[in-house]
Design a protein around this ligand. Structure first.
Ligand code: SF4
Length: 501
């Protein structure tokens, strides 16, 4: 028996980058998984469970020894079920020469067995999926299984939920035999690489590359980039624009965005930016900001939504992964020099939030007022979504939508830049760059919910909470969303100041 032990997830890691596979084996504690990745993993397991019933009756062979999977039991059970001719075996497990895999659904068809790999994605044609299935096919064939088909089962993003989930419509099956045949040619080569690297004590000498973000963001990015130097401004000239790699090399990569979007007459400003890279302060184009501010008028509203996405739709008329607004915060000022007011909406746990939020918006925002959003395509998209759902409110919602002005514009256009933004124009970067010492404007000082991903996860979780926890989560969600619009108010005030200077 070979000492190499490889599961299909390790094989896919190896396919992405041998160093990633090595780190997973030798330094698992150093990987960092963000909230969005964890949520994707939870969705994956929910969708995987659902897919088991796709072809009717099935037997699942998953077995545990304490908290760990009992692979031996699973392999034996698979053998038994295959001998019985069970039509669908879920988590069907095989091992060959140190290589292990569990097939999501092994279907008895065409005088042999077909592999169905389930992905909680809407795209079945990704190369990494074919590589994953090619590895499974390799293991199964070396275990003597006649593999008669290879398929990826993905979510059909056109599926509309009508109140009863229909698995055959919700899932879409892609025959990937051709790409699997191509990827099968790589398997032995990758296994040689695995043998060469994985059991060695030293980290493979592999450089950063596109593989660090493709097909997945690598969980060792922070680890692998820990010692990279920050380049000076002249390095930035030579860097490819808008690459993820670029985003790391220097937070001030925003400079390259400016460079790309501006003309030679702005070289003066480029020199200013060079200066900011050396800590000389903000870059402000007061004239452009002034023109932008003229588009804003009183009464002035500041709007921000939080949304939730369900892979498996739960509201009638909704599709998989639709972005469903469940909360908003709204600050507003009636007249010049007027006081700052606040309104908010947060749907009840477990309820379809769509009608209630649409009505609340129409109640809280009058027609024909100026509404600001930060990165308005998102807010405008949700307003349109609600307008299409509720024709009786459509006119009002579309009126709000037509009057939205994007507060992102001055930052994205380079009219206001500060190196502390770290190359990002998101509100989470702009706010601390503009107000570094204000604890009330610091997202880190919030409890539990500090970003959109955490808010997105909190809303469905509220359904299962005890009253005390539910109340705390509601409070934290409201505080988080309120800070988003308060941040917009502060940013607007700063823009107003600099445009009047
Ligand atoms: S960050 Fe890049 S080089 Fe480092 S392990 Fe991940 S993919 Fe490999």
């Amino acid at each position: 028996m070979n000492t190499l032990y490889l599961s299909k997830s390790k094989y896919c890691a190896l396919w992405q980058c041998p160093k990633l596979a090595w780190l997973l084996k030798h330094k698992p504690e150093l990987k960092t998984l963000d909230e969005a990745t964890l949520a994707r993993m939870r969705t994956g397991s929910e969708v995987g469970d659902l897919a088991m019933g796709l072809f009717g009756d099935y037997v699942e062979v998953t077995a545990y020894d304490g908290e760990r999977l009992d692979l031996t039991k699973m392999i034996d059970a698979t053998k038994t079920e295959m001998e019985r001719g069970t039509p669908n075996i879920c988590e069907a497990s095989f091992s060959y020469n140190g290589l292990y895999c569990a097939v999501d659904i092994l279907k008895n068809e065409n005088g042999g067995w077909a592999i169905y790999e389930v992905k909680s994605s809407t795209h079945g044609e990704r190369e990494v999926y074919a590589a994953d299935v090619a590895y499974q096919k390799y293991v199964l064939e070396h275990c003597g299984v006649n593999v008669t088909g290879t398929y990826i089962v993905v979510i059909n993003n056109e599926y509309v939920f009508d109140g009863e989930l229909k698995l055959d419509e919700f899932f879409r099956i892609a025959d990937v035999s051709e790409t699997v045949a191509e990827k099968s040619r790589e398997v032995e080569e990758l296994l040689l690489i695995a043998e060469w690297y994985l059991d060695k004590p030293d980290e493979p000498p592999i450089d950063l590359s596109e593989a660090c973000h493709s097909p997945y963001d690598c969980p060792y990015w922070a680890y692998c980039t820990r010692d990279l130097p920050r380049p000076n401004v002249f390095d930035l000239y030579r860097m490819p624009f808008r690459t993820k790699l670029g985003h790391y090399y220097c937070g001030e990569i925003a400079f390259s965005d400016l460079w790309k979007s501006r003309t030679i007459r702005d070289l003066k400003q480029l020199r200013q930016i060079d200066c900011t890279l050396h800590g000389c302060g903000d870059v402000v184009d007061a004239e452009c900001i002034g023109e932008f501010m003229e588009k804003l008028s009183y009464p002035l509203y500041f709007l921000d939504f939080e949304t939730v996405q369900y892979a498996v739709p739960r509201y009638v008329g909704s599709k998989p992964f639709e972005q469903i607004p469940f909360q908003y915060s709204l600050h507003y000022i009636e007249r010049e020099g007027g006081e700052l007011n606040h309104r908010e909406f947060l749907a009840e746990a477990g309820e379809d939030p769509r009608r209630a939020i649409a009505e609340a918006l129409c109640r809280d925002i009058p027609k024909d007022v100026c509404v600001t959003a930060y990165n308005k395509s998102f807010e405008c998209g949700r307003l349109k979504y609600l307008a299409e759902l509720f024709p009786d409110l459509a006119e009002h919602l579309m009126n709000i939508r037509e009057n939205v002005v994007d507060l992102l514009v001055p930052f994205q256009s380079g009219w206001y830049y500060n190196p502390a933004m770290g190359g990002s124009f998101s509100i989470k970067s702009v706010l601390p760059a503009l107000f570094p010492d204000d604890p009330e404007l610091n997202y880190h000082n919030l409890e539990d919910i500090h970003n959109g991903s955490e808010a997105m996860n909190a809303f469905p979780a509220m359904e299962h909470m005890e009253p005390e926890e539910l109340e705390r989560t509601r409070k934290n969600l409201l505080k988080y969303c309120e800070l988003d619009t308060l941040a917009m108010v502060k940013i607007w005030e700063r823009l107003k100041e600099v445009s009047e200077e």
